[in-house]
Design a protein around this ligand. Structure first.
Ligand code: HAM
Length: 415
């Protein structure tokens, strides 16, 4: 029996992969406008890196990590996200010593043992950005603007930006206690998961999808109403900078995020088009993460985009690559000439297809249609002796005679 792939691990096939390349190229182009450089981080890290940064009481660390003990008895994990690895690298290579302000982006596969469904996979791909070294809220507004810019460049009106503040180590513990007191009288409504994490992570009840939890948290105190002066100022300034540059957002005071390292500004790009998987991108500020991982006290902020979800939003667009030219040849000699012309044109930077099986002209032209070639050139004995052949523009239907020389054909197809 043939061996199949693993559930939740997908192949990205030709036809679909062009869309991914377009998404990745757009991200590189937009991020580089904002001064970001690419960083490539390994897929495998010490398990401790994720438990310490993402947090032991999170779903990711509690139940979703692909962790194992390797042959050298090391406890390792296939990265479930990129932020922790990027910060590990930033600290390990003392990037902050040259300049605490680092502006980095990355793209690649992440691994979480979640229940697969549309938009949720066990191997999925993120394009992430991380900016360190700036506390000033202009950087919060800049990161959010860059993310919105990326989606606008893709030509998508969905998703839309939602923002919140999760406070800091000064105000969040106070808020957490008041939320716990509020929930204490409503415990019987909470779902099993929220009861279990009442002590360790009570904020999760605020964005839990269970009907009982929604009911239980009606009228709950909001973090935004309980921010300390510093966090409140930061949030107000972030909003005013977003307004100043026309970046649209909505406040969602129930957004809590599933990772522990966040402080102050948090955000998600959400859509209603993907069912339960509404977040297409998400992120926030993490002012304590670098010091938590053993580095200096340097703030950071970033996000990650879920590439599969962006690809689903781009579903209707046709990204199939089209060759410039299909050369149809009749007879052995013409076939040899078609091969030479194809090779010469490819060396000159043009994409060309031919038939390899000596098929009839009709079926060669069907193949040209299937490739959606922009031009077709037909060569037979007559054309070989004349030294010219008809070149047909498949989009406009117009036809012209061209010399059977690579340069002349190139000029005609590339203009
Ligand atoms: P996250 O919210 O866990 O944040 O993931 C970010 C995005 O990755 C999600 O909004 C979603 O689009 C995509 N994603 C997550 N899990 C899956 C999955 N199982 N299948 C498909 N797509 C998925 C982070 O990972 C943070 N590191 C973001 C960040 C960067 N915060 C600061 N810097």
């Amino acid at each position: 029996m043939a061996i199949t792939g693993i559930k939740g691990f997908n192949d990205i096939l030709p036809g679909e992969v062009e869309k991914w390349q377009y998404i990745e190229a757009t991200a590189r182009r937009v991020f580089e406008l904002y001064g970001l450089s690419e960083i490539r981080i390994p897929i495998l890290e010490k398990t401790e890196l994720f438990s310490r940064s993402i947090g032991d009481a999170t779903d990711i660390v509690e139940k979703e990590m692909y962790s194992f003990v390797d042959k050298g008895e090391n406890r390792v994990t296939m990265r479930p996200e990129g932020t922790a690895s990027v910060m590990r690298s930033y600290i390990e290579h003392k990037l902050y010593a040259q300049d605490p302000v680092a502006r980095l982006y990355y793209m690649g596969p992440m691994f979480r043992y979640e229940r697969p469904q549309k938009g949720r996979y066990r191997q999925f791909h993120q394009i992430g950005a991380e900016l360190t070294g700036v506390t000033d809220p202009t950087v919060d507004a800049q990161v959010l603007t860059m993310l919105s810019h990326f989606f606008a460049e893709l030509g998508l009106d969905e998703p839309s930006l939602e923002i919140n503040s999760l406070g800091c180590p000064e105000c969040r513990p106070v808020y957490r206690e008041s939320l716990k007191n509020f929930l204490l009288t409503r415990m019987e409504l909470l779902c099993e998961d929220c009861v279990r994490r009442y002590e360790t992570n009570p904020l999760r009840a605020l964005d839990c999808k269970a009907a009982g939890c929604k009911e239980a948290t009606k009228g709950a105190p909001a973090m935004l109403d309980n921010l300390c002066q510093g966090c409140s100022d930061h949030f107000e300034k972030t909003k005013s900078y977003l307004d100043a540059v026309g970046t649209k957002y909505r406040i969602n005071e129930r957004m809590v995020r599933g990772l522990d390292y966040y402080t102050r500004t948090t955000f998600e790009m959400v859509t209603s088009l993907l069912g339960a998987q509404s977040a297409v991108a998400a992120g926030g500020r993490y002012d304590g993460l670098i010091s938590e991982l053993g580095g200096p006290q340097i703030p950071g902020i970033g996000f990650a985009i879920g590439v599969e979800r962006v690809a689903l939003l781009l579903a209707e667009k046709d990204f199939a690559r089209r060759p410039d030219l299909f050369i149809a040849a009749m007879g052995e000699v013409a076939h040899g000439r078609a091969f030479q012309l194809m090779t010469a044109l490819q060396r000159l930077g043009s994409s060309v297809e031919i038939d390899y099986e000596g098929k009839s002209l009709k079926s060669q032209l069907r193949r040209a249609d299937k490739f959606k070639a922009r031009y077709t050139l037909i060569i037979g004995e007559d054309e070989l002796s004349k030294g010219t052949a008809p070149l047909k523009n498949m989009d406009g239907g117009t036809q012209e005679e061209v010399a059977l020389e690579a340069e002349a054909i190139l000029k005609a197809v590339k203009g």
